[in-house]
Design a protein around this ligand. Sequence first.
Ligand code: BJW
Ligand code: ZN
Length: 247
Amino acid sequence: MTAEIDQARSLVAQAKRPVFFTGAGMSADSGVPTFRDALTGLWAKYDPLQLATGEAFARDPELVWNFYEYRRGIVRKCAPNAGHHAMAAFEQQEGRLVTVITQNVDGYHQLAGNRLALCLHGNIMEDRCHCGCPGVFPATEPCEGEPVPPICRTCGYRTMRPNVVWFGEMLDEAVLSKARDAVHDCDVMVVVGTSGVVYPAAGLADLALQLGKRFIEINPEPSPWSDAADVYLRGRSSEILPQILPG
Ligand code: BJW
Ligand code: ZN
């Protein structure tokens, strides 16, 4: 793998407008479970992908709210890892415009220091009204005696929900459009820790390949793009990113 690491390092060192496209594997080494990992403890019998839907929330809002409370606890307890920090340090270098496009909702890229992070699937540490009252609020734990999920304080009628994008919901068009522009403008795309099965997000990596962009992938398991990548680095993001990114 040394030759591949050298090749990837040389591609990113030359890049003026690199795009990093990240998924749950980016935060796996922080201790945040991926979607295709089995959950543990109380949640072992649930499939996270079945809970990340509007249908599940309509059927059992308390269950889904508690699932998000559990995951918020993990995000609060864990922290960005060496991969996030390497990416943030890379952005500090002169003469380069780094764009991070992430499917993750944990906010760790911003916490590590990346300024341009396009969050396609929202932010788990925020709430909004399920019926569309304006406003996004920092996640609060329901007060003693308050219903779960809490009632929206603006309309006093509908419940709050996490500010994330569930299956069947539209992504924020402005964010998606900025992400597409960044892919069009980039010289290298580095795809990190995503299974590449959730659209329209996965379409951004498809687009980079269609446009003939230099393409690096980091993942311990092959994805739909691994064969087409210029460099496929089979391994963990927290170990490989610090090796390929000049700090
Ligand atoms: C490591 C590692 C380490 C492990 N280092 N790597 C076209 C075709 C087919 C279907 C569709 C389509 N277009 C749209 C759809 C429908 C649907 C979809 O894509 N379905 C597919 C699953 C079939 N998409 C949608 O519904 C989207 N909306 C939409 O299309 O709107 C238009 C529309 C509206 C109405 C009707 C029809 C269309 C919305 C998608 C929203 C996804 N939301 C979630 C939940 C977010 C909130 C939350 O966090 O709870 O987003 S689902 C979940 O999947 C989450 C993730 O961001 C997303 C992607 O997962 P990711 O990041 O790839 O994680 P994993 O677990 O899958 O993979 C982890 C990877 O890491 C693995 O590869 C590991 O090997 C690797 N790894 N350790 C590096 N240390
Ligand atoms: Zn409301």
